[in-house]
Design a protein around this ligand. Sequence first.
Ligand SMILES: NC(=O)C1=CN([C@@H]2O[C@H](COP(=O)(O)OP(=O)(O)OC[C@H]3O[C@@H](n4cnc5c(N)ncnc54)[C@H](O)[C@@H]3O)[C@@H](O)[C@H]2O)C=CC1
Ligand SMILES: O=C(O)C(=O)COP(=O)(O)O
Length: 597
Amino acid sequence: MATSASQTFRTPFLKTPSLSSKQPLSSAFAVTLRPSRRAVGRLVVVVSAAALDAKPTVLVAEKLGEAGLELLKEFANVDCSYNLSPEELCTKISLCDALIVRSGTKVSREVFESSAGRLKVVGRAGVGIDNVDLSAATEHGCLVVNAPTANTVAAAEHGIALLTAMARNVAQADASVKAGKWQRSKYVGVSLVGKTLAVMGFGKVGSEVARRAKGLGMNVIAHDPYAPADRARAIGVDLVSFDEALATADFISLHMPLTPATSKVLNDETFAKMKKGVRIVNVARGGVIDEDALVRALDAGIVAQAALDVFTQEPPQYESKLIQHEGVTVTPHLGASTMEAQEGVAIEIAEAVVGALKGELAATAVNAPMVPAEVLSELKPYVELAEKLGRLAVQLVAGGSGVKSVKVTYASARAPDDLDTRLLRAMITKGLIEPISSVFVNLVNADFTAKQRGLRITEERIGLDGSPESPLDFIQVQIANVESRFASAMADSGEIRVEGRVKDGIPHLTRVGSFEVDVTLEGSIILCRQVDQPGMIGKVGSILGEENVNVSFMSVGRTAPRKQAVMAIGVDDQPSNESLKKIGDVPAIEEFVFLKL
Ligand SMILES: NC(=O)C1=CN([C@@H]2O[C@H](COP(=O)(O)OP(=O)(O)OC[C@H]3O[C@@H](n4cnc5c(N)ncnc54)[C@H](O)[C@@H]3O)[C@@H](O)[C@H]2O)C=CC1
Ligand SMILES: O=C(O)C(=O)COP(=O)(O)O
């Protein structure tokens, strides 16, 4: 499906640099945005190296497939220097226009500082960019691109390799034979056919694992709050709740991104909900498992075996109980390491880096280019409002609904030409997508990312009379064709609806469904629906007060006195599950939801 906007836009805040062959290399490589000649409203990243005769220099700091190197050599001087110390990298970087790495090189703030403005593109030959300091890159005007698709199948195949090797004790038995033992009865395994595999995270890698596990005769279920049920059904997979996945699975395979919501999602509490003897595979990120809790679950026999490719710290402590555990099979982050994937990744990243150096659109850019300070200072609170409304709206969607259609309405007294909403739309898209994916969204890649995920975003303007002093009166975000975890967030017309305004420079949530509220968009928010009656604010406030959770703001919107009301409570800290349960247990409260901003 296409991402569409109901208007075309001018870009008053995105300036094209004037190019001159007399400019020094460092300033002529400025990364900026300008409207494309090809399509109105599309953006190209202009890195003006091509205007100069001098070939750019690309430093390849980790082994890259030959085909990628060939592509780079057609356009640039290529310096392949592997195993550089941090100091050596900092020394070399001042002579380079682009840098290509995998997960083994830390591209720290010092690297950007040492480049003295010459480094303009960092290419990550893979998906995860946790080894690149993105804020430093952005502050130094350096574009970061990655290769998000070429290693999907390799990661899925490694997941299946670990699943089967674990079930048949391949690694343990191999070590035992090599140690001169013949222990046939010790290494009796378990069969996969007819067993239930829960795929946690039904994205690119997860769905490929599911497809392959079906071929092994497994019964596959998946948990992914944001994946559309029809996509899962198409390959014969049922989407289930998190708790159902834990309670039913004989095998669990993890494929979600590492986000605040998924950090240590497998912990003492969640291990306790699993079937005794469950087996776990992790080729996602080490941080989604509480590794100490996993050791306890293995020792208690809750988890029979685990097969791990990724670790909280890499390389891990080799002498740790986890690594040395008899029930644990480990590989050194090999998910993406096949000849084919590395060739594919090398081509994908070389094309992205060369494209960026030539000034073409970088579809896989992961950081935002600079926006002129004066425009940003006016739009800043609205940018924050836009992202937070997106974040709130997507968290109100019920699991399994699949978000496909979002409408954004801007109410403004400014002439359409005086208000470029692309930055706002990009931030709403970022808010909608980032909580549910490993993708980084910014002004460069927002529309591309939305399109790739089948998310259609339409925009509408409401022209207001009055002073055009402030760029916007309100922003409204509506998600259609979904169910909500909080029924009161549904407008009468059937969509999830949230609306916000900027007051005194601070973003506020001012409407949820048909209810008017007023709460600052800071910290987190609890929404409760109840029949309007005295004492409700006090009851909920004292539950939060008991565990020292600071309430920053409270407001009640109601249809009429003593009728349905929605109470919005801003909190600085996250209340415990126990306190949230107590709020849910207050008899007058009909539904409630906790939303992280
Ligand atoms: N071991 C290795 O060498 C490799 C590891 N990876 C890792 O694999 C993971 C998946 O990568 P892709 O499939 O490319 O990403 P993706 O973005 O295509 O898929 C992630 C899926 O997780 C879902 N998700 C988000 N929050 C969730 C939650 N709380 N519970 C369940 N599902 C949730 C999203 O809706 C999305 O469908 C990432 O963590 C990535 O870093 C990727 C490639 C190689
Ligand atoms: O692409 C990813 O996210 C990976 O985890 C693969 O990392 P690597 O390129 O093998 O260091």
